[in-house]
Write a protein that binds this ligand. Structure first.
Ligand SMILES: [Zn+2]
Ligand SMILES: [Zn+2]
Length: 266
């Protein structure tokens, strides 16, 4: 059985992950993956934007670390990528980043629903109490829709992230994710099955089966990611993610090289 590529993993440069790319690659080989991709949190234009990403001056070092792993594990395909925050107004910066290295893909993620609040930040968990949960979900999907429309990204990351700490989506959330999926289908942007949700309070893969089933219906393609922040998390729960994808109708996922997409069965 061919396991899907694990396209979502971090490095210590983001200041909240452990293990060098070589160690992630070693674990990938041990569990039988044939392809992985590093997608650490991209630098912002201002290094003091927050404290959970590499500084801009470390970007070249990040690329070197990934190249090093590529050299040491020649039989494993290792892609060079970034998980890029989508915030309205950052589009030029994201284009700038895209031109700096020969990236294989960009994962576009919405963590910020305002310039100051990342909904998944455990340090800012109390902010949820000051907010109307419906409004958070609404703004989240508005931003996700803009990210999918922008064509700046190959993949949209963890497409129902607000559930991370157990804040469930509203009853009628199909009305929120429909425009997002329509935008992803139009722009040809994939979405990822991200197994990190199983390790969080929500205890679920991102995104929920309802969203995924509609994604399949609309022709949106998928990738798989563990969102590993430690070598032992590489490929974690991929059989669960594959089963979820199949239950939504999927038999194919996609892989990227130099931002070109191809489809493979899984
Ligand atoms: Zn993320
Ligand atoms: Zn991530």
């Amino acid at each position: 059985m061919l396991l899907p590529a694990d396209y979502h993993m971090h490095t210590p440069l983001c200041r909240h992950a452990v293990g060098e790319p070589d160690e992630y690659a070693r674990h990938a080989v041990a569990i039988g993956l044939d392809e992985i991709g590093f997608s650490d949190h991209s630098p912002m234009q201002r290094d003091d934007f927050d404290n959970w990403r590499m500084a801009l001056s470390q970007l070249d070092n990040y690329v070197e670390k990934v190249r090093h792993a590529q050299k040491n594990f020649p039989k494993l395909t290792i892609r060079l990528a970034l998980e890029v925050d989508y915030l309205p107004g950052h589009e030029d910066w994201i284009r700038d980043l895209a031109g700096r290295h020969p990236w294989d893909y960009f994962i576009g993620s919405v963590h910020y629903v305002s310039d100051a609040w990342a909904i998944d930040d455990p340090q800012k968990l109390s902010e949820w109490k000051n907010r109307d949960s419906f409004e958070v979900w609404q703004v989240y999907f508005e931003r996700l829709t803009r990210a999918a429309e922008s064509k700046l990204f190959d993949i949209i990351g963890h497409a129902d992230l607000p559930k991370k700490f157990g804040h469930r989506p509203p009853e009628n959330w199909a009305a929120l994710y429909q425009p997002f999926l329509a935008a992803a289908a139009r722009s040809g942007t994939a979405i990822e099955l991200n197994t990190a949700g199983l390790r969080k309070d929500c205890k679920e893969i991102y995104p929920h089966r309802d969203l995924l089933t509609e994604a399949y219906r609309q022709g949106v393609t998928i990738t798989f990611g563990s969102d590993a922040h430690a070598p032992g998390e590489v490929g974690m729960n991929f059989t669960d993610a594959m089963a979820l994808a199949r239950s939504a109708g999927y038999q194919e996922c996609c892989r990227f090289a130099r931002r070109e997409r191809r489809h493979v069965r899984f």
